[in-house]
Design a protein around this ligand. Structure first.
Ligand code: GFP
Ligand code: GFP
Length: 830
């Protein structure tokens, strides 16, 4: 740092944040003219966006610096959130909101000749995630900063985020998402690099005092370069850091020998190999693929992050045993589980702590969040792969397992079965490492993400560990969403109306204040304003649909939306079968009967994992049905089917406010929580759903009369599946009719959809579509009836919103802070 005598000069010229409209405008113009080398003669929307973003970015960075200094001085415990995915979406709007400069900035750009909405629309989504897990991480960062918790996120800076989805001839086509062309929200930290090692071998020798030392040597070295992304809190100066690692060739790795011998090409290829590590986000949701590059990503990210965390801890010269008092590390799913092993390696091999001391530190430091009970999603790594890539880590895992199994054996002697069930190593061919078990054994607390889910992990996949560790190690933290993005930013009109009634925007900081709305639920005037906003949001969506698909939809029809990753367990297939069934019954009606029906727009959106053929077939069925239904003159406005291309965070922001009904219809016991269910209800829509995930808690909060629940319960699933396996379940007749129609070729070449039908028949209907179909259809009938009574509908949506306070991510973060991390806030002075 700067010597004392010169500091006054620094302080005199310290960067100042803009606080007025004019200061903001000055910054925008300066950035456009200097940083971007443009001028008033060639400043388009993109350049104006860039100028505005850079101005806001500068403001963030000043707060970021203050926050980091305050946190360093406070020297309190921090939490590190390790997540392979951060689905941040766009930043400008959110940054302006959290910094409290939205109004002056909007006015400011308007006077410069632009509309803020247009500028916001120029921004590319930061799509470093697949779905719910990554978006949850982003909401958590917002809450951590808003609640003044000293927290860092650690992730990977993928050059390609989740692919862009194009629909061509009704099929999904994946296109790379190169999002980094212009990204003002990140700072490369060329001074912060870590060398990460792979492969090689372990050298073991005995010290003079007789102790054994293991040294991991040799192998490939790749450099991790830090990129920092400031994360501002709402209504506070706290601006936390999200550090994303990018891979590059390690300095000195360039092979001059090859180069000098004329093999320039291959020397460059080696360089590119290093860059490949952080090149792409794996586009798989809820399936474990076990690719070496993925394991490399995980280790690369975990090793760089731990190096950084340990370095920061060492700055305050504390004893190692204090590590868990200064550091909490949360593992978002099993992807970062190697951190447990890496910390053991650092403590034992490098810092020379004895095993037990090290293990105590480790198991006091980590927490593990599980997001799924689906067996195919639980990560397992092949032992031979591990042996080759991370030989020392494999030894450490063996030791962790050995000591663990010994302790189990002492407590449950002679239970061989138990030992093999809980072993970290599965005795398959090849042997595999069960990452979830490693995460449980190495963590202090394990949590699920909704009540039902947290119960299920205790009674199914992790049952044995409850027996071993006792029930207290397992806890629940129900997910939440940030009301800043998912209410105020997504639905500014609704937020403003709520503010008018409640007197202030305090509900954005304390969502439980929404309860104050309930007393207006029967106020006719208020109901009208409420429903008018819904209508305007639907009109905006209708306009978007028209522009992007050419389909005309009637904004006063019931908008029924299902947007999320396409997966059989989420049952978009059931939704589209239901749409077909509706279509068939409309076709069978007389003109008079049809006139009495509630018009519907069924809207779908979501990406299918590129290798998930069944999910892609579901998309094809949706688009095929839309081609037929939308062009059927008998049907007209009564039913429209729309597939929204390339669903992402910014599209979710205008879809959530535009639903009357949204669908959360997973097979009971499969969706851990769901978070879009919360977003849709918070925006004044009702939901149709199964008794699954957070739907159950939403029901408890809003009341059974405000949710359309249907279908079998989680406890029945096993028996139902069993019955299917033994051919004891005839297909539901309405579903049979739908299948027949598909097979008749009404929606094009039936062979295309054979897999979907097969899954219901010979496939054993694993997701129980047939079992739930009758109640699904009859519940949709109830929805239609309810929608006709506008006053009651308005009443119900107002009451539901007023009771959604629980589902803020602020509540979730406070629970983590108290029960899992034991951290306190640090106030940052401006
Ligand atoms: C962090 C930030 C630095 C900042 C210091 C302030 O450093 O930019 O100067 O805090 O103390 F990254 P570390 O905690 O990473 O050392
Ligand atoms: C997963 C689970 C969801 C859960 C989120 C966040 O989402 O039920 O709401 O994690 O905990 F499946 P995906 O990443 O699979 O979308």
């Amino acid at each position: 740092s700067i010597p004392l005598p010169q500091r006054d000069k620094w302080k005199k010229f310290a960067a100042v944040e803009f606080s007025t409209k004019e200061e903001f405008q000055k910054e925008v113009v300066r950035h456009v003219e200097t940083t971007l080398a443009r001028s008033l003669y060639n400043c388009d929307d993109l350049a104006a966006y860039s100028g505005a973003a850079l101005a806001v970015r500068d403001k963030l960075i000043i707060d970021w610096n203050k926050t980091q200094q305050a946190h360093t001085l406070a020297d309190q415990k921090r939490v590190y959130y390790l997540s392979l995915e951060f689905l941040m979406g766009r930043t400008l709007d959110n940054a302006m909101l959290n910094q409290g400069v939205k109004d002056i900035a909007a006015e400011g750009v308007s006077e410069l000749g632009f509309r803020m909405e247009d500028l916001i629309d120029q921004e590319h989504d930061a799509a470093l995630g697949n779905g719910g897990l990554g978006r949850l991480a982003a909401c958590f960062l917002d809450s951590l900063a808003s609640l003044d918790f000293p927290a860092w996120g650690y992730g990977l800076r993928y050059r390609y985020g989740i692919f862009k989805q194009e629909i061509i001839d009704g099929y999904q086509v994946e296109v790379p998402d190169y999002w980094l062309d212009f990204n003002p929200w990140e700072f490369p930290r060329h001074d912060i690099t870590v060398d990460i090692m792979f492969y090689g071998f372990v050298r073991r020798y005995t010290e003079d005092d007789g102790s054994t030392v293991n040294i991991w040597e040799g192998g490939e070295v790749v450099q991790a370069l830090a990129y920092d992304v400031p994360v501002p809190g709402y209504g506070t100066a706290t601006t936390n850091n999200l550090r994303l690692w990018s891979s590059k060739p390690s300095t000195g790795e360039f092979d001059f020998q090859k180069f000098n011998s004329g093999d320039y090409e291959s020397s460059v290829r080696d360089q590119q190999r290093a860059e490949t590590i952080s090149a792409v986000l794996y586009p798989n949701d809820n399936i474990d693929v076990g690719k070496e590059l993925r394991l490399k990503q995980q280790y690369f990210w975990v090793a760089a992050s731990l190096y950084d965390i340990v370095r920061r801890f060492k700055k305050s010269h504390r004893a190692w045993t204090e590590f868990p008092h200064q550091v909490a590390i949360q593992l978002n799913d099993t992807h970062p589980t190697l951190a447990i092993v890496e910390l053991m390696r650092i403590l034992v091999d490098k810092e020379h702590l004895d095993w037990d001391t090290a293990w105590n530190i480790v198991t006091e430091t980590f927490g593990y969040t599980n997001h799924t009970v689906l067996p195919e999603a639980l990560e397992k790594w092949s032992v031979p792969l591990f042996q080759n890539l991370l030989p020392r880590h494999l030894q450490i895992i063996y030791d962790i397992n050995l000591f663990f199994l010994q302790s189990v054996e002492r407590r449950f002697p002679k239970d061989r079965e138990l030992l093999s069930r809980v072993s970290i190593i599965e005795e398959s061919n090849p042997q595999v490492i069960r990452m979830a078990y490693l995460a449980i054994i190495g963590s202090k607390k394990v949590n699920g993400v909704a009540e039902l889910h947290s119960d299920l992990i205790k009674t199914t996949i992790f049952k044995d560990f409850v027996k071993i560790f006792g029930p207290d190690k397992f806890t629940n933290v129900t997910n939440g969403v940030t009301p800043r993005r998912w209410l105020h930013q997504a639905n500014p009109q609704l937020s403003a109306l709520i503010k008018e009634k409640l007197g202030s925007y305090d509900f954005l900081k304390d969502l439980s204040l929404l309860s104050g709305l309930e007393k207006f639920a029967d106020d006719k005037e208020f109901q009208k304003e409420w429903m008018d906003i819904k209508l305007r949001n639907k009109q905006r969506l209708a306009k978007y649909i028209k522009e992007t698909t050419g389909i005309t939809v009637n904004p006063s029809a019931l908008f029924d939306i299902q947007v999320k990753r396409i997966h059989e367990y989420k049952r978009q297939q059931m939704n589209i079968f239901g749409v077909i069934s509706r279509y068939l019954s409309l076709k069978a009606m007389t003109k008079e009967e049809r006139a009495k029906q509630v018009p519907r727009v069924s809207i779908f959106g979501g990406k299918a994992a590129p290798g998930y053929w069944m999910a892609k077939t579901i998309i094809r069925l949706i688009t095929a049905v839309s081609e037929v239904v939308n062009n059927d003159a008998d049907i007209g406005d009564l039913l429209k089917v729309v597939f929204i291309e390339d669903y992402n965070v910014s599209k979710a922001e205008f879809l959530c406010p535009a639903s009357d009904l949204s669908e959360h219809i997973s097979t009971a016991g499969t969706e851990a929580s769901g978070t879009s269910n919360m977003k849709f209800v918070l925006n004044g829509g009702l939901i149709i759903g199964t008794c699954d995930g957070a739907n159950i808690e939403i029901t408890r909060e809003v009341g059974e009369e405000r949710i359309f629940l249907f279908g079998n319960l989680a406890e029945d699933v096993e028996d139902l599946r069993h019955a299917h396996r033994y051919g004891k379940t005839p297909m539901d007749p309405a579903l049979k009719e739908v299948c027949d129609e598909i097979q008749k070729g009404t929606f094009g070449e039936p062979g295309v959809f054979a897999g979907l039908i097969h899954a219901l028949t010979e496939g054993g209907d694993y997701y129980l579509v047939s079992d739930d179909f009758a109640s699904y259809l009859s519940t949709h009938k109830l929805v239609d009836e309810a929608f006709k009574d506008t006053a009651t509908w308005a009443h119900n949506t107002i009451v539901a919103v007023s009771r959604m306070g629980f589902f803020t991510s602020d509540r979730a973060i406070n629970e983590y802070a108290e029960e899992i991390w034991s951290i306190d806030p640090v106030k940052v002075d401006v």
